[in-house]
Design a protein around this ligand. Sequence first.
Ligand code: URP
Ligand code: ZN
Ligand code: ZN
Ligand code: ZN
Length: 484
Amino acid sequence: MTTVIKNGTVVTADLTYKADVKVDGGKIIEIGPDLSGDEILDASGCYVMPGGIDPHTHLEMPFMGTYSSDDFESGTQAALAGGTTMTVDFCLPDPGQGLVDAIKRWDNKSGLAACDYSFHMAITWWGEQVFNDMETVVKDHGITTFKHFMAYKGALMVNDDEMFASFQRCAELGALPLVHAENGDVVADLQAKLLAEGNNGPEAHAYSRPPAVEGEATNRAIMIADMAGVPLYVVHVSCEESHEAIRRAKMQGKRVWGEPLIQHLTLDESEYFDKDWDHAARRVMSPPFRNKQHQDSLWAGLASGTLSCVATDHCAFTTDQKRYGVGDFTKIPNGTGGLEDRLPMLWTYGVSTGRITPNEFVAVTSTNIAKILNCYPQKGAILVGADADLVVLDPEKSKTITAASQVSAIDYNVFEGKEVKGLPRFVLTRGKVAVMDGELKAEPGHGKFVKREPVNPVNKALSTWKELTAPRKVERTGIPASGV
Ligand code: URP
Ligand code: ZN
Ligand code: ZN
Ligand code: ZN
């Protein structure tokens, strides 16, 4: 059966034009005027765009003594409801656990995914097995991105020597390292100091992770990646200090990408000073929300291209789970939701305000991500042969975000009360309609794992350059006799 999206305006990362889009067998098969097919979806007044890709989610993640409450079933349905058609989650090996074992655990969790998904692998410890497994992960499992936590001391954190070893291994394999950039040693000290002073509420979480902690780690990771000869992707860039390090690196020709979150773009640190403990704790995540100056920096980065992708870091904990940290902010599970709201929030606060264009919107929510993760143009494109992952966005459709009406499994929403305008009329996941006239029809189990190839063009260019400029012994003609 063929489906045709008719009368819409196609918006991609680089073009805007009137055309119908015809889909069959999960792929886009034709783009042009006056197409006919078995099923017609009327996109009059709407934008037809590549479905969103969220490069950063934690579904059913074991973390801080519990599991995040959105799993692959509820999380991917929330994603589709908001126009996101692919998520990339993080496999987290336990200390001493092999990487392939960790993939098995994530494979077991992801069977009920309603949209396509891929995995990053986290490097949570270092040893010969990890070194060897990295090759298997890349070559046999199609996972080509490796995450390094520079924070969460005593849990997920890796040290500089481990990071340097892993980055060099990534360079050899044509893989891409990712970093959670915060100085975990400094955070741990600040946390202890704040607690000792009786500062135990959720606001202390923000005090324990100032922008300098993030700027220092971002800069360090960039330099380590440069010495290893590998590109770098910095997740959840929240502040000017980190953005500045990325901007400077880019100006020097280093291959670094930065990913702000929709939460950091639209919510600020005043949330942590709310008198209601639950309100503040529900917004505890790392890095914490920042002030307006930092937000302006992130928006400027998206507009200028020094920041590349907008993600959510969706890691949703219920209010009961957040209450593990009553009396000790360091025990509040870190993480917030956002999968369902990323596109409508970015359209409302980014495109409708004129901060970014509709084409830039597509770039930062989909196309740039697909290119960086090396799954373009299967994903992130409206081209014949690409997967029919599409969102038909109605710029006139609006709603008020409420927990009561959300798909996500948790009992609150950090964007509660926000008015958003620009919502999906239709969402297609590999050709299957998952949102029909605004109504969710997602099918758990429809989602497929997206395998990715190593050595994207940027890795190749960088390794060629590094090879050309590598240290070389100078062959001398006259060698003087040795001294005394
Ligand atoms: O607070 C956060 N961001 N929780 C999820 C884990 C991580 O650091 O990405
Ligand atoms: Zn993180
Ligand atoms: Zn509240
Ligand atoms: Zn994360």
